[in-house]
Design a protein around this ligand. Structure first.
Ligand SMILES: [Mg+2]
Length: 361
């Protein structure tokens, strides 16, 4: 299935935060990291400092040699974290499928949010604008059918860039780029590949898979697909919970089926509400019963469809209750949960959902 992935990368993040907060530093070479008279490296450099050849991860002493009049500042991690969480809030308003890579960089999966690429582009533009409105900081954004392409795209037009890679042009997009643009290709691999005659991604694209295996061995496996713009790695959000559940403990143990059914209906409504808030749908529904002696039993059912509907959750919950509560023993606690959430690709595309409504014509 077609995916819409975006990669958002803040521009010279630490240095940009410092320049924003201290207007006297704007337009000047600013370097954040270890002081130049000590051992240690640069964490970030403003674009003005980069003109002198200063790069992050460079020893501070080297940076000082390249630009002695640069302003060297210590890392103010707490401040950057605050700004980072403001940015993350903007991401999460748009989708729960957010994979932060660092304080200033994240992948977002908009597949279930966008009907088509144009809509995904629109959402991505809005995220970029919202970040600027909220933080007065610029970022660069790549929009693409996968993470690999989105990351390259966000990097190519820095700073304040916005680049879309369309599925049909992905091979042409990659063709002229040097092989070190491929993730996983560091200096050592680059040297090895150059030794084998591969300089640009075009050189890789022009080889059949067998030929590539013959020439570069085990590296061929992943490089072949990446060189053709293929990457199916998912956006892994660590925020997404494994299940959504609610439970109710009775003040007095209950044996009345109607009372249990009533509580179950309320729990279903609450679970459905939370699912909708988090933009999640699940297909496994679990009922939990705890008896007066604290013995706890659960029973679950996995349906074919993903749901966030209270009625569906409730009716499956009722059936499970009837099956599980054969003993009619006194119940202390009843719980209802939904799990086995849809990944963005599994979720029904918006277009299909809309087609469920009758056409006005
Ligand atoms: Mg960055």
């Amino acid at each position: 299935m077609k995916r819409f992935i975006i990669h958002v990368d803040m521009d010279a993040f630490f240095a940009a935060v410092e320049q924003r907060d201290r207007p006297e530093l704007r337009g000047k070479p600013v370097v954040v990291g270890a002081p130049p008279d000590r051992r240690g490296v640069i964490s970030a450099a403003s674009y003005e400092a980069r003109k002198f050849g200063i790069r992050s991860a460079m020893p501070s002493r080297t940076a000082f040699q390249k630009c002695p009049h640069a302003v060297f500042l210590p890392v103010n991690f707490k401040r950057y974290e605050e700004v980072s969480s403001q940015i993350r809030e903007i991401f999460l308003k748009n989708t729960p499928f957010v994979q932060p890579i660092s304080l200033d960089e994240a992948f977002l999966d908009l597949t279930h949010k966008a009907v088509d690429l144009e809509q995904a582009i629109h959402i991505a533009q809005r995220i970029k604008e919202d970040i600027y409105k909220k933080t007065k900081l610029t970022c660069s954004v790549g929009v693409a059918p996968n993470k690999f392409l989105a990351k390259i795209a966000s990097d190519l037009q820095k700073p304040n860039g916005f680049l879309v890679v369309r599925e049909e042009f992905k091979q042409a997009f990659l063709r002229p780029l040097p092989i070190r643009r491929i993730w996983g290709v560091g200096p050592v691999t680059e040297k090895f590949l150059k030794g084998k005659g591969f300089k640009t991604i075009r050189d890789l694209q022009e080889c059949s898979k067998q030929e590539l295996v013959h020439r570069i061995g085990s590296l061929a496996q992943s490089l072949y697909y990446l060189a053709h713009g293929e990457d199916d790695s998912p956006v892994q959000s660590n925020r997404q919970p494994k299940s959504m559940s609610r439970e109710n403990t009775f003040e007095r143990d209950v044996r009345d089926l109607e009372v249990l059914q009533g509580v179950l209906a309320d729990l279903a409504v609450e679970v459905a509400k939370s699912l909708k808030e988090e933009d999640l749908k699940g297909k496994t529904i679990t009922l939990k019963l705890r008896y007066e002696n604290f013995e706890t039993h659960t029973r679950q059912r996995t349906g074919k469809q993903y749901t966030d509907q209270a009625k569906v959750i409730q009716s499956v919950g009722q059936e499970l209750l009837e099956q599980l509560w054969e003993s009619k023993r006194a119940i202390r606690l009843i719980g209802l949960g939904v799990s086995h959430f849809a990944t963005p690709e599994e979720e029904e595309p918006l277009q299909l959902q809309m087609e469920l409504f009758p056409s006005p014509f």
